[in-house]
Each structure stands twice: as structure tokens, then as C-alpha cells.
Design a protein around this ligand. Structure first.
Ligand SMILES: [Zn+2]
Length: 298
């Protein structure tokens, strides 16, 4: 995990899944915690090297790679941990993540790896949107739903930096995964459209290197195009009535994606469902039951 200085007092803890660190008067506020105990230890090494006391932790959203280290950080430092409502339920009960991916049933073992099933963390409270003092830091908590149901970004006006969670992905990450994880397509697009106008100089997201204002705009455009492309491929797959498995296959084939792991299949299926619901709400898709098959059609 590399420590990258973003502005005078803000740092990006760069790894497969990034965290953010705001530093002020010998104290630090941590945004996200990495995947697991190892990530937590690496984060705390950087905190120690900066010679600051960890004042608290904010979790942006309840995906294992963002909060999996929270329990270990709390155990080692005693720092309080906050998360947005709804996400908080998963941080405290991480089994909910594989459970919802597996349609509510006890999940198959392929959904119990650490990228899906994190270690739990008992929270000290919830964080809500708005400008506020959190552990002595004057921050702006900004709703960014779409990739997760109640994801929040953390803006720090004094440090001129926004920790943007997974509100967008760098082009190379989008190209690697093809179909990223979204739970709500319309909210994802609304969040993306909000970002370029936000009054920050540096945007540090959950995966890949941070962007300055100039670089961000192009990345946001790339994200919007990808989300709209996936939704249109889902729509095209409805030319003949199809179930969600057939739709997923058509979309993956069109994008030349080969899904090799059951966990990736289930994550992709959630994005397909998000697209179907978006299309249905726009009056472009409907569902029907036919001979015990649930079929989607345009
Ligand atoms: Zn995420």
C-alpha cells in the first residue's frame, strides 16, 4: 500500500482498494479501510509514520474491499467507526452481502471469499449527508448512490479534496471488468452527472490514481458512456423474451467478456437487474411469467 500525498493535508492510501486520510493538528480521519486485516495493518503503519492520532473512521459503502479492515482498525486503535444508514447493516452483518447476491438464500461457498464476505465491525454511529463536524474535521458528506444503495462521498473543503468512493471508476478498471457492479442505473448516472461541478481540486476514488478537476471530466464521460452502453445492450437482448441468465449472456458476449468465477457472475447479474429495472421504469421493458419462466421483453 502506497501513501500518495494529494494536497497539503490529504493522502490517498493506494492499493487494490484505496483509502483516504485527512490530517489536521496531529489527528487523522480515515475514509474506508481496505479489504482485510492486512490492509488495516498497512494503513495503520502509514498513520504511525505520519505521527498522527487516528481520530475516527468513515466507511463510504458496505462492500468488503472498502470496510473489511474496519474491525481490525477499531480493535487496534479504539477509533470510532461511522457508516451511512443501510450500508451500516452490512458493515455490522457482512453475511448480508453474499446473502443478497444469492437471492436471499444461504450463499454457496463461492460467495464466501473475502472479496464478498468481510470481517464484521461494530459501528459507533451513522453518518448522514451535509456539511458537518465529524471527529473535529469540517467535512461535507455527499450522497453518491448507484454503485451501492446509500454510498456517500467525503469532501473536505479545507483540504480541497473529495474522496469519491466508487462513484466512478478509472477507464482501465472499467475496461478490465467490462460490467461493473451497479444496484441502480438511474442513480449511478445522476451521481456521475453531479461530480464535475463539485468544488474540489482533487478527486480520489476507491480504485486507481486520483484525478484533478481537468482529468475528471473525461473520466466521468467514459463512465456515463459505459453505463449507457450496458443498459442499451440489455435492451437489445429483449428483442425476443428472455430470462436474466440469457440477457446476461447476450450482454457479456457483446462486450467480449468471459466470466470465469461464479462470484463475478452473481455480481454481474445484479447490474443486469439494475438495468432491467431502469428500462422498466422508463417504459422500455416489462416482465411476464410464461410457463414457469420469468421473462423480460421490450
Ligand atoms: Zn464498491
Amino acid at each position: 500500500m502506497d501513501l500518495v500525498q494529494l494536497t497539503d493535508s490529504a493522502y490517498h492510501l493506494r492499493a487494490g482498494s484505496n483509502a483516504g486520510l485527512l490530517v489536521q493538528d496531529g489527528r487523522a480521519l480515515l475514509v474506508d479501510t481496505g479489504l482485510d486485516r492486512d490492509a488495516a495493518r498497512r494503513i495503520l503503519k502509514h498513520v504511525t509514520a505520519l505521527n498522527v492520532e487516528l481520530a475516527g473512521v468513515l466507511v463510504t459503502h458496505a462492500h468488503a474491499d472498502h470496510f473489511g479492515g474496519a474491525g481490525e482498525i477499531k480493535r487496534r486503535t479504539g477509533a470510532p467507526v461511522l457508516a451511512p444508514a443501510f450500508e451500516a447493516a452490512v458493515v455490522e452483518n457482512p453475511a448480508l452481502e453474499p446473502v443478497y447476491l444469492f437471492s436471499g438464500a444461504q450463499p454457496t461457498k463461492e460467495l464466501q471469499g473475502k472479496f464478498i464476505l468481510a470481517q464484521p465491525c461494530q459501528l459507533d454511529g451513522l453518518v448522514s449527508p451535509g456539511r458537518q463536524d465529524v471527529f473535529g474535521f469540517d467535512i461535507e458528506v455527499i450522497p453518491a448512490p448507484g454503485h451501492a444503495h446509500n454510498q456517500m462521498m467525503v469532501g473536505w473543503p479545507e483540504g480541497r479534496v473529495c474522496f469519491a468512493a466508487d462513484a466512478y471508476f478509472p477507464p482501465e478498471v472499467l475496461d478490465k471488468y467490462g460490467v461493473p457492479f451497479y444496484v441502480d442505473i438511474d442513480q449511478t448516472l445522476a451521481t456521475l452527472e453531479l461530480l464535475p461541478a463539485m468544488p474540489y481540486n482533487v478527486f480520489a476514488q476507491g480504485h486507481g490514481d486520483a484525478y484533478d478537476r481537468g482529468g475528471l471530466e473525461e473520466v466521468i464521460e467514459y463512465n456515463i458512456r459505459r453505463v449507457e452502453t450496458i443498459r442499451e445492450l440489455v435492451y437489445e437482448a429483449l428483442a425476443a423474451p428472455a430470462d436474466d441468465g440469457q440477457i446476461l449472456k447476450n450482454v457479456a458476449d457483446s462486450l467480449d467478456i468471459r466470466i470465469e468465477q461464479p462470484a463475478i457472475y452473481y455480481l454481474t447479474r445484479t447490474t443486469i437487474h439494475a438495468c432491467l429495472n431502469s428500462l422498466r421504469q422508463a417504459g422500455r421493458a416489462d416482465l411476464t411469467l410464461d410457463d414457469n419462466r420469468l421473462l423480460w421483453c421490450s
